[in-house]
Design a protein around this ligand. Structure first.
Ligand SMILES: [Ca+2]
Ligand SMILES: [Ca+2]
Length: 284
């Protein structure tokens, strides 16, 4: 593990061959149609002087596949919110993280959750965001899949995350192949990206592995470890975990990232992929 991260981008990868078991991967199959969606940032990132600490989990369980992750992730949020004073002079209106889930999450649901999170955070807040779902490597591009059968390419995910602005400080993307998102898209977020720490997965990864890592993260917090590097060191199983750390010299959870500049206003466009053999209503 590097002691000094110095640069803007540090990634650490442990490669292993994929193996049998339930993984957080799912390969695209069948025919898809694409639909263009507009991504509007309804809530600009002004600072209101109230430094709110907010933890949110967007959780898809895919018929129970990811159930083992839910408890430790909720506990991570509870630990962070409970010890908010450890991380600085933060306010928080919650003692448990907000968990956004659905019987069958669609792109519309997901985008709506991001909008809700954006509504609750602004430029001087801190958002710790955990996203759980299947991911696919589609010809070298990361796709996040939804329970509805829809999926979005990494560029659409990037546009959605960009609406969160500087509040986003730590994103742990619990899905296979999310490393591709980090490698291709996070850097292009520019100043935004330098504000948040990003943890992703290389290749196919067992959900059990992710659950053990989440458990270890929680245990680290319970033992009073607050620095992200310390937490990583504490995690005995870091199989397939790839870190993109964008806090040069400021890797502590308690320290905010570098200064943020509001991006130019306006909306962006993304695409979603919809299985051709199913009708999906996307209210966006
Ligand atoms: Ca605020
Ligand atoms: Ca926003």
């Amino acid at each position: 593990m590097p002691a000094d991260l110095g640069g803007l981008l540090t990634s650490q990868t442990t490669k292993k061959p994929s193996r049998a078991g339930i993984t957080a991967s799912s390969s695209p199959s069948g025919d898809y149609t694409t639909k263009t969606v507009q991504i509007v940032d309804y809530y600009p990132e002004e600072k209101d002087g109230i430094r709110n600490l907010y933890v949110a989990i967007i959780f898809q369980d895919f018929n129970g596949h990811f159930d083992s992750l839910k408890q430790p992730l909720t506990e991570i949020g509870r630990e962070i919110l409970q010890d908010k004073d450890v991380y600085g002079n933060w306010q928080c209106s919650q003692s448990y993280p907000d968990v956004f889930e659905d019987d069958e999450m669609s792109y519309g649901d997901f985008a709506s959750y991001i909008k809700t999170i954006d509504n609750k955070t602004d430029g001087d807040d801190r958002l710790i965001l955990l996203i759980v779902g299947h991911g696919a490597d589609w010809y070298g591009t990361y796709h996040l899949k939804f329970e509805s059968g829809e999926e979005i390419p990494e560029s659409t995910l990037k546009s959605l995350l960009a609406t969160l602005g500087p509040a986003l400080d730590f994103l742990w993307l619990f899905s296979c192949h999310s490393e591709l998102f980090g490698a291709h898209e996070a850097e292009s977020l520019g100043l935004d990206a330098k504000e948040f720490i990003l943890w992703c997965y290389h290749g196919d990864t067992l959900i059990n592995t992710m659950a053990i890592q989440a458990e270890n993260f929680k245990n680290a917090l319970e033992n009073g470890i607050t620095k992200i590097e310390g937490i990583y060191s504490w995690m005995t199983s870091t199989e397939n975990l790839t870190r993109f750390d964008y806090y040069p010299g400021y890797l502590d959870i308690p320290v905010l990232g570098p200064a943020y500049e509001e991006p130019s206003e306006g909306s962006t466009y993304g695409v979603i992929l919809i299985p051709s053999d199913q009708i999906v209503i996307t209210p966006m």
